[in-house]
Design a protein around this ligand. Structure first.
Ligand code: TRP
Length: 374
């Protein structure tokens, strides 16, 4: 089916020009519509820009989560990170939204660091590498300001005693042929990778085990992670758990102009440990919607819709709709040149990252208080 071949989205591969509307159909999720947004705002009191901009745009069972919040038994949040390297802005995006949900609903968050996953999927990684990155990533999580008494972070390899006992229940109900169909695995995929989805599913059921009562779980994540949770939702009722609900975001585009930031191409992403010099250089080299010459750009105007700099402002840095629209119009008319937007973005990113780095350093002192141990 040629129609299905133009882009690929799995937890381990994102390529081509992602059509997010088509993805909702392909995955069988629901669009976040006006009615749902109204219902969320009824509780939060404010409309998060990532909802307003359609960045968090898809969901599964959000209305059930709000029912559970309104009538009991409440819900918990779950999200995660595969520690394959340092954290970049694309990773922070869903976490910032998760923090908003935690603040507004006053709920617990379970944060899974899948160091096992990144070891098994990446031939060049040793267990110490992914463990080290997990602790580095944990600093970024804490730096965002998650409520200490309500946030529990763990590494799969370290919280293994508890996780294993849940994961085996999942693994028993997932066949190799399901993982082939859902994730594209083949006979030559290593068996650790095939098993892994049971660990990612298990966290959705962890709060139920810890509390001793069935607990609704909402997972904010980038939509590429949805396949894991389709599997989790299929098996949940057969092993005595609620199906996890999800709210999905789009992926922050790469500075190089493709669809997802690649951890293997450091220049295409801004990392939380980058220096002002590195930020300046990366944004300076970013792919824009500019023309080949200043003359041509003044004449024809730029193309904000394909511009990585504009996308960064849209996704992360300019929440003032009027100012952004003004920038867009000036770009389209040729009045605004790329150097100007790059300068603006550099200033915003440098300021954001330097504040984040201060909080990230302070996080070292409290890290252990966030960790879940068994
Ligand atoms: N597999 C995810 C990654 O590679 C990490 C992860 C684990 C996750 N559990 C999650 C992401 C729940 C989102 C939600 O980054």
């Amino acid at each position: 089916m040629a129609d299905d071949d133009d882009f690929v989205v799995t937890p381990w591969e994102v390529s081509g020009d992602v059509d997010y509307d088509k993805l909702v159909e392909r995955f069988g999720t629901s669009k976040v519509d006006e009615e749902l947004i109204k219902r969320i705002v009824g509780h939060t009191g404010d409309l998060h820009p990532m909802l307003r901009r359609g960045i968090f745009y898809s969901h599964r069972d959000m209305n059930w989560i709000l029912d559970a919040y309104e009538k009991g038994p409440g819900f918990v949040l779950y999200t995660g990170r595969g520690p394959s390297g340092h954290t970049h802005l694309g990773h922070l995006m869903p976490w910032v939204f998760t923090k908003y949900l935690q603040d507004k609903f006053g709920v617990e968050l379970y944060f899974q660091l899948t160091d096992d996953e990144k070891f098994m999927f990446d031939l060049n990684m040793e267990p110490e590498d992914t463990k080290n990155f997990a602790y580095e990533n944990a600093l970024d999580i804490i730096a965002l300001g998650f409520e200490k008494s309500k946030t529990k972070i763990f590494l799969d390899t370290e919280y293994a005693k508890t996780m294993y006992n849940i994961a085996i229940k999942v693994a028993k109900r997932v066949t190799f042929s399901t993982t082939k169909a859902v994730f594209g695995f083949t006979n030559s995929t290593n068996i650790g990778s095939i098993w892994f989805t049971s660990m990612q599913a298990a966290t959705a059921f962890l709060p139920t085990e810890l509390k001793g009562e069935k607990t609704p779980c909402l997972i904010p994540c980038a939509i590429d992670q949805d396949p894991h949770f389709r599997v989790a939702r299929d098996v949940a009722p057969t092993i005595g758990y609620y199906k996890p609900a999800l709210i999905h975001c789009k992926m922050l585009p790469s500075l190089a102009g493709s669809d997802k930031m690649s951890a293997s191409l450091p220049s295409s992403a801004i990392y939380t440990i980058d220096s002002p010099k590195e930020i300046d250089k990366k944004i300076g080299n970013a792919f824009t919607g500019g023309r080949v010459s200043v003359e041509e750009q003044k004449e024809k105007g730029g193309e904000p819709d394909i511009c990585a700099v504009y996308q960064y402002l849209y996704y992360f840095f300019d929440w003032d709709d009027k100012a952004l629209e003004d920038r867009r119009q000036k770009c389209l008319s040729g009045e605004l040149l790329c150097g100007h937007c790059k300068q603006d973005l550099t200033a915003l990113v440098t300021n954001y990252i330097s504040q984040h780095q201060e909080k990230r350093e302070k996080a070292r002192d409290v890290l252990e208080e966030y960790m879940l141990r068994d």
